[in-house]
Design a protein around this ligand. Sequence first.
Ligand code: FDA
Length: 499
Amino acid sequence: ALDKGFLKCFQTILGADNTTSGVIFTKSSSSYEPLLKSTIRNARFLKSSVPKPNLIVTPHSLFHIQVALLCSKKSGLQVRVRSGGHDYEGLSYVSNVPFLIIDLVNLRSITINMDEESAWVQSGATVGELYYAIAKRSKVHGFPAGSCSTMGVGGHFSGGGFGTIFRKYGLASDNVIDAEMIDVNGKILNRTLMGEDLFWAIRGGGGSSFGVITAWKIKLVSVPSTVTAFDVSRSLDQGATNLLHKWQTIAPKLPAELFLHTVVGVSNSASQIGKTVVVSFSGLYLGTAENLLPVMQNSFTELGLQSNNFTQMTWIQSVLYFAGFSIDESLEVLLRRNQTSSSFKAKSDYVKDPIPLSGLEGLWKILLLENSPLLILTPYGGIMSEISESEIPFPHRKGNLYGIQYSVNLVSNEEAPKHMDWIRRLYAYMKPYVSKLPRQAYLNYRDLDLGLNQGNSGYEKAKTWGLKYFNNNFESLARVKARVDPGNFFRDEQSIPPL
Ligand code: FDA
């Protein structure tokens, strides 16, 4: 009945002459399932037991979004907005109440203004499409967003968005200069019309609490014509523990042009020595190999890097490199929207004081209990320490040495509980070594273990997870929410409650 009410409302507003075919997909449509699955990036939510939307709406215009919002209000269907579908907990396409998805797949134009060094990007575009469009226009411009090319700019920019040049230029959301969105009343707003408080909130506070963000205006940044990448791995018997221990204090202090992150995993391949922890030190330098060599040799002698560890490339090739493609691949691979997904659980932390050697040794013991653990340690510092904690809602700035993302492959439905237990145990182990009061987390690495909205449970309850993602910015976010969506129409398990 809810679906019928919605469909009738939509058709009435559109008028008898306009078809909803290709715009609204019901469960009986043959396109419904492929469309739903098209951007599910965590296979955990492909299971048949996971609730599915009553309808999927793929607007071709802003008017379609306005109508969808109005009709979902009338019919009582909850709305979930999906851009790239990378939400770790599937919040853009799963809900426990009757709902529909507004999927922005058709709204993905990118318009670059080279004179202004800016671009308007519609929310359904992927970061890969954005990087591609920039590279087609200029060899010396780039944009500081994340590495995975299939992420949607809708969710990614609204939750922060960091990548290999963020120590130099900040987050994607630090580089947003205007936005277009549709509010709960169906009004189309730009920066001036929405007001500075709402414009502040959508740059890091997550999009899903405030409306449907339809496009972002971003400022492009300068990149040199040659950049240099490297990736070297060390196992425990090659001194990985001491190297990682040193890395913790070195990487956040390196020049902003140099990004040196570490990826920690477990290798089963060294059969004689058995299973071992392997740390890979992987970097990008905005400059030539010749200039990078002395920086690495002086600051991190122990890693022992030589010229032959470095590969020079263009910035867009570095995008391919960090997205997992070969740098010789055609740039068109950045336009691919399909990607295989695994079933995973992830969590995040921030580290403010170096973890002692004993702490790392204990960590290795836990990692060795799993087959496919993955930790990505991202160094902060650089411009991230110069931007104030309240500049945008993303609060993780000065004082953070690095962020950690923990993830584990859940393998199969049967095995999932075992791996879930493991990652929660790892998270408990890390408590003494990471940020405290609150223990901070990154919104874009969504983790429902941190807490949930239940019914209209309100601000006090939401603080359990809200302070972790936003720290002191949480209260301001809740006040913006109260101004722009007091009835809490845009909501999910971790949306900002009105205060
Ligand atoms: P999705 O469409 O699932 O949306 C995420 C959230 O934003 C949902 O709550 C959704 O409702 C809301 N939303 C989406 N579009 C909206 C819109 N137009 N208006 C209002 N609300 C909207 N992060 C990072 O910083 N750096 C990185 O390198 C990576 N790498 C990475 C790799 C992989 C494989 C994954 C799965 C994820 C990452 N991430 C990341 C995390 C990523 O930034 C995060 O999942 C983003 O929210 C993804 O945005 P999507 O639009 O793809 O997600």
